[in-house]
Design a binder for this molecule. Sequence first.
Ligand code: ZN
Length: 395
Amino acid sequence: MDVQVRGGDSLWSYSNTFNVPLPLIINSNPTINPSMLSIGQTIQIPGYRLQRYTILQGDTFYKIATRNRISIDGLFLVNPGVNPKELQIGQTVNIPKRITTTIINPRQNYDFKMLTADLEVLGQLYPFMRRRTIGHSVMGKDLIEIQIGNGDKIVHWNGAFHAYEWITTSVIMEFINTYLLALTNNETIRGRFMFPFYDQVTLSIVPMVDPDGVELVLNGPPDGSYGEEALQINGGSTDFSGWKANIRGVDLNNQFPANWEIEAERKPKQPAPRDFPGYAPLTEPESVAMAELAGELNFEKMLAFHTQGEVIYWGFENLEPPRAREIVNEFSRVSGYEPIRYVDSFAGYKDWFVQDFREPGFTVELGQGINPLPITQFDEIYQKTLGIFLASMYI
Ligand SMILES: [Zn+2]
């Protein structure tokens, strides 16, 4: 919601008027110098939207404010051209409405178009959530990174490294909306106030690492040469429900230079729906973008969300720091998922991250069943993952 600056206003006064934490207002207006507001300037207030209201007999601003549980100054702010002493029956005014529920619905087959549309909606309502493009998929789709928070501690999450594991994107998006809502409204999640997290942690999130692959699984092959190639790799079948790879048949989580040669030796030697590690490490734009992101940002910890198995892989070649054990034990306590230190698998993002940065990295396998997990498992998975999301910020 936008307001126009009046004489004497400050971001602090808006924080009081709308009862929204000041840093969220400051961060929602990154180009504004908070100590130099000018009259008429537009300021974005997160977590509110305007509702039109038609004046009835006997209405006053005081009554409208009381009835809507908002401050009368808030009402003045969003009705700059209205004289409250001369309200006319039938006249329409603005009412600032606090958003009190989540507004996106990721409990459905969640494709790239839904993701970008939802991020647009969330970005409008919660402008303190930062969005940027960290690269492009083979087919040119944006690889989107979201950042939330002001902390020095950067915690990174990613989802849908594997195409048919797109439910990880749904779960991440549900949390993002829930977190933005709790931050703006000063609410708790599982009994914890979220605002200290905002101050201490910067969340870096890539919700969909393989957007071309997710589209292929959910919507079938695209027109043109990439679609034809994918059909050929899939043995002519139009059933892509078993597809893990990117659009050209490279398994993105087998692409990283951490014993990549071992995987190359024993995995498919050419493009395939799953497990082909590429002809060399880091040949695919999606895996390159993820490697560059880890190089750019100093992740304090990294969580890659996959399905399925209800396990958390947390070691690599004894290179993981000692605190990785303590962290995974907390993840396990809050989710019931089983920690597994080593597994005969290499060249994953977690493996490479632990090897190159010696920071805690985790592959979290959500849910139980046969991939792709059906969306009907969403609520159960979300409840278990929620504990891990929160723990990744506080521990
Ligand atoms: Zn996976």
